[in-house]
Ligand binder design. Structure first.
Ligand code: GUN
Length: 288
C-alpha cells in the first residue's frame, strides 16, 4: 500500500501552535500583519493570495491584499513598496509572482526589506540558506520550507538519501536543493536541458517535481522496486480542466512508497510556512 502524504494532519498541528503564538504576540501588543502585493488578475494568483489571507485570519493575523492594476507604472509600484517597507505596523510583505512584463526586469529580491521578506528572496536570506547559517532573523522560501516540514513530520529520512529535484526555479528548485543539501541529502537538480531524465529519476530515493506540466511524471520515470517517495509541487489543469499535479497520480500510485496528493499536499504547506515566517517576523519586531 502506498502512503498518501496529506498536508492536513501536519497543517492542523501547526495551526494550533500558530494560533497560540499569535495570541501571545497580541497580548504583548503586536498583531502580526502581512501585506500581499498582487499586480493584475492572474486567476491562479487570485486564488493563492485569497488562500493566504484566509489562513492568516484563521490563526488571528492581519493580511491585506494590495491589488494593483496590471498596467501600473514602475514608479507608482516602487512608491507603494517603499511605503510598506516604512510602515511600522506591517511585519511582512510578499510580492505575488509572476509580475507583469513592465515590472519583470526589477530585482524583486531587493524590493522588500530583509526584515519583512517572508518569501526568503532577499540576497541576505538566500546567502544564509546557501551557507547553512540560518538565524532567527532569516527567512526560507515558503514552498521549500513547507516540503521539508511535510517530510520531517512524516518521518521521511533525508540525510544520506538521493533526491532528484526536477525544476530549477528561484522559488522552488534552487532553494529546495540548498535546504536538502543542508540536511545532508545528495541532491541532483534536473531541468528542461537534462539528458536521460528517466535514468536519473529511476535511480533515486525521492523525486520532487516542480515543472508545471500536467501529469508529466508517469511510471516510466520510476524504479521498478516501487520504493520511491514522490513530492509533487505542480498545480496544473488537465485536459478536462481538473486541478492536477506534475505527476500522473493514478498511474504511479501503486508504484511508489509514498506520494503527495494534488490538491492537499505541498500547496497548503506553502501557506503554513508563509504564516510561520510572518509570526517569526513579528517576534523579531518585538525583540528589536
Ligand atoms: N507565486 C507562486 N508561488 C509563489 C510564492 O511562494 N511566493 C510569491 N511571492 N509568489 C509566488
Amino acid at each position: 500500500m502506498s502512503q498518501i502524504l496529506h498536508s492536513s494532519p501536519v497543517k492542523k498541528l501547526i495551526t494550533k501552535s500558530l494560533k497560540t503564538d499569535c495570541k501571545e504576540l497580541k497580548e504583548k501588543g503586536i498583531t502580526p500583519y502581512l501585506k500581499v502585493i498582487l499586480v493584475g488578475t492572474d486567476p491562479a494568483s487570485l486564488i493563492y493570495t485569497a488562500n493566504k489571507k484566509k489562513y492568516c485570519e484563521k490563526v488571528g493575523a492581519l493580511c491585506d491584499i494590495v491589488s494593483l492594476s496590471e498596467n501600473i507604472l514602475e514608479s507608482e509600484f516602487l512608491n507603494i513598496i517603499n511605503d510598506i517597507n516604512n510602515d511600522q505596523q506591517v511585519d511582512a510583505c510578499i510580492i505575488q509572482l509572476p509580475l507583469p512584463r513592465q515590472l519583470n526586469h526589477l530585482d524583486y529580491g531587493r524590493l522588500i526589506n530583509k526584515e519583512k521578506d517572508v518569501d526568503g528572496f532577499h540576497p541576505e536570506n538566500v546567502f544564509a540558506l546557501i551557507s547553512n547559517n540560518l538565524k532567527s532573523h532569516n527567512f526560507v522560501s515558503c514552498t521549500p520550507k513547507g516540503i521539508l516540514t511535510l517530510m520531517q513530520e512524516n518521518q521521511i529520512q533525508i540525510a544520506g538519501k538521493k533526491i532528484v529535484i526536477i525544476g530549477r526555479s528561484m522559488i522552488v528548485g534552487k532553494p529546495l536543493a540548498m535546504l536538502l543539501i543542508n540536511h545532508n541529502a545528495t541532491v541532483t537538480v534536473c531541468h528542461s536541458h537534462t539528458k536521460n531524465l528517466k535514468e536519473i529519476t529511476k535511480n533515486c530515493d525521492i523525486i520532487v517535481s516542480a515543472i508545471g506540466k500536467a501529469k508529466f511524471i508517469n511510471e516510466s520515470y520510476l524504479s521498478p522496486k516501487n520504493d520511491q517517495i514522490i513530492i509533487d509541487v505542480g498545480m496544473n489543469t488537465d485536459t478536462l480542466g481538473q486541478l492536477c499535479g506534475d505527476v500522473d497520480y493514478d498511474n504511479v500510485f501503486n508504484k511508489v512508497a509514498a506520494i503527495t496528493p494534488v490538491p492537499g499536499g505541498v500547496g497548503p504547506m506553502t501557506i503554513v510556512s508563509l504564516v510561520q515566517n510572518l509570526l517569526q517576523a513579528s517576534k523579531n519586531r518585538l525583540s528589536l
